[in-house]
Design a protein around this ligand. Structure first.
Ligand SMILES: [Zn+2]
Length: 454
C-alpha cells in the first residue's frame, strides 16, 4: 500500500460539515483529505476498510494537563481548594523524569481515545515532549504562577521567556504551537498579568487561563473572603479585592483577547458574558471536572446568545485526569448533553449533533485551527478517528451521531490518524513500548504513594 495515499472506508462517515454518509469513504493524500464520498462498489488496493465503524474528525480535547496523568485516582473526594493544595504538595515529589512518564501516559491515553488535537497547560514542560513524541497536534501552553511578591516579576518573566524560546525551538516544524498559561487570576498577581499581556500581545502568543471556576474564586474577588483569601493571609500575600468578578478583573489587566482561551467559566455573570462576546474569546467547557470537584456546572446551552451559535468558539475539555478521571471525550460529550438538559429541564437545549460539533470543529475554532482541522472536508489535514459501532452497548445503530454521543466510549476507538499518519491502529500505539510505559507509570505512582499523608 502506498503510504502517501490511503482510502479509509467504513459503514458511516461523519464529516461534521454535512450529513452522515452511509458506506462512505475518505481519501487521504500526502496527509490531507482529498475526497469524502459514498464508497464506490469496486475495491481498490489502497483501501483500508474499517467495516462497522464511524469515521469522524479526530477529537479535539480543548483542555488537558498531560503532566498530571499519574495523579489519576490520587486526589479523590476533595473539594476544590483542598484538591488544589493537595496537588501542589504532590507535585513537589516528582522529578523531571517522572513528569515525562506522566505526560507520556496522558498522550498514550489521548491517542488511544481518538484524540488528535490537545490544548495542554503544562508546568513542567513535559507535555510538550510527550505531545511531540506521540505525534499529537495542538497548543502547549507553558504555565506560569506568581502571587508571592518575594519573587520579582522580572525574574518570572525572564524564566518564562527563556522557556518559551526553548519550547519554540523544540516544536519548530511540528504540529504543536506554543502558548502561555497564566494559571488563574488567583495564582498570578496583577502586575505579572500586565507584563504577561504585553509579552503575549507583542509575540502574538496564544493564552490559556482557568477562570470563573469556583465560588471560592468569586468570593476572593468580591470581598476577599473564603479559603483563598485565608490562604493569602496565612502566607502574608497582600490582597485588595477589586469588588468585581474575576473575568472583569482579568479584563482590567489587558490579558483578554481573541487569542485567549478561557477554561471553565462556571460562574459567569451577565456582564462577563458580554465581555467574552466582545473579545470573541474561546471557551472550554469541562463539565465532568467541574462536577467532580463540586464547583458547579457551566451553563452551556443556556448562555443567552453567548456561545449558543453554530459558529461559536466553544470546545470540550477533559481537564486533567486528576479531576475527571478519564480522558474520554465520548463520556464527556454524553455527560455535557445530559447535564445541560437536566439544568435547563429542556431537551432542545443540547443535541447530540451540537455536542459532537463542540468536540471537533468547536474545539478547533477555540484554537484558531478550524481552517485545517475539525471536519472531514477536502483540503483539511487528515486528522481522523474511527470508532467501532458494533459493540453490545451500541447496536443496533439507527443514528450514528446519537450512537457516538450516547453509547460509545474511548475504548471503542479503532483508529487514530494525524495528518495521514496512523498513530493507533486499534491494537497498539505506533512507535511506543506500551508495556514499558505502563511499568514506568506504576513506579511513579508508587513514588507518589510513598510516606503520603494525603
Ligand atoms: Zn485545568
Amino acid at each position: 500500500m502506498d503510504q502517501a495515499t490511503i482510502r479509509l472506508r467504513a459503514d458511516w462517515v461523519i464529516p461534521i460539515a454535512g450529513q452522515p454518509i452511509a458506506g462512505g469513504e475518505v481519501m487521504v493524500e500526502e496527509g490531507r483529505i482529498v475526497e469524502v464520498t459514498p464508497a464506490p462498489s469496486s475495491s481498490a488496493a489502497d483501501v483500508l476498510d474499517l467495516g462497522h465503524c464511524a469515521l469522524l474528525p479526530g477529537l479535539v480535547n480543548a483542555h488537558t494537563h498531560l503532566d498530571y496523568t499519574v495523579m489519576r485516582g490520587r486526589l479523590e473526594d476533595l473539594s476544590f481548594f483542598p484538591w488544589i493544595r493537595a496537588m501542589v504538595t504532590l507535585k513537589t515529589r516528582l522529578d523531571e523524569d517522572d513528569w515525562l512518564v506522566s505526560a507520556r501516559l496522558g498522550a498514550w491515553e489521548a491517542v488511544r481515545s481518538g484524540i488528535t488535537t490537545i490544548a495542554d497547560a503544562t508546568d513542567s514542560g513535559a507535555a510538550l515532549d510527550a505531545a511531540l513524541d506521540f505525534g499529537l497536534r495542538g497548543i502547549v501552553y507553558q504555565e506560569t504562577f506568581g502571587m508571592d511578591e518575594s519573587i520579582p516579576v522580572e525574574a518570572i518573566m525572564g524564566d518564562l521567556k527563556q522557556r518559551i524560546e526553548e519550547h519554540r525551538q523544540k516544536a519548530k516544524g511540528s504540529r504543536i504551537q506554543i502558548g502561555v498559561s497564566p494559571h488563574s487570576p488567583y495564582t498570578v498577581r496583577g502586575e505579572l498579568f500586565r507584563r504577561l499581556a504585553e509579552y503575549c500581545n507583542s509575540q502574538e502568543l496564544p493564552v490559556c487561563i482557568h477562570a470563573a471556576e469556583s465560588l471560592d474564586e468569586g468570593r476572593l474577588f468580591r470581598d476577599g473572603s473564603g479559603p483563598i483569601g485565608e490562604m493569602y493571609a496565612e502566607r502574608g500575600i497582600a490582597w485588595h479585592p477589586p469588588g468585581a468578578t474575576s473575568i472583569a478583573y482579568l479584563d482590567s489587566l489587558g490579558i483578554l483577547s481573541d487569542r485567549t482561551l478561557l477554561v471553565h467559566g462556571v460562574q459567569l455573570a451577565a456582564a462577563d458574558r458580554k465581555l467574552l462576546q466582545r473579545y470573541d474569546l474561546g471557551w472550554v467547557h469541562c463539565p465532568k471536572s467541574n462536577a467532580k470537584l463540586g464547583v458547579g456546572a457551566a451553563l452551556f446551552g443556556l448562555l443567552e446568545g453567548c456561545y449558543d451559535s453554530d459558529k461559536a468558539r466553544v470546545g470540550l475539555g477533559s481537564d486533567s485526569v486528576a479531576s475527571n478521571n478519564t480522558m474520554d471525550l465520548f463520556e464527556e460529550m454524553r455527560f455535557a448533553v445530559l447535564l445541560a438538559r437536566a439544568q435547563g429541564r429542556r431537551v432542545d437545549l443540547m443535541t447530540a449533533r451540537r455536542m459532537l460539533e463542540t468536540a471537533t470543529i468547536g474545539g478547533a475554532r477555540c484554537l484558531h485551527l478550524e481552517p485545517e482541522i475539525g471536519t472531514l472536508e477536502p483540503g483539511k489535514r487528515a486528522d481522523i478517528c474511527a470508532v467501532r459501532l458494533d459493540g453490545s452497548h451500541i447496536v443496533p445503530v439507527n443514528d450514528p451521531v446519537a450512537a457516538l454521543v450516547y453509547s460509545c466510549r474511548a475504548g471503542d476507538v479503532r483508529l487514530t490518524m494525524v495528518e495521514g499518519e496512523i498513530l493507533y491502529d486499534g491494537e497498539k500505539v505506533t512507535g511506543v513500548n506500551e508495556a514499558e510505559l505502563y511499568r514506568q507509570a506504576e513506579a511513579v505512582m508508587k513514588k507518589l504513594q510513598g510516606e503520603s499523608s494525603l
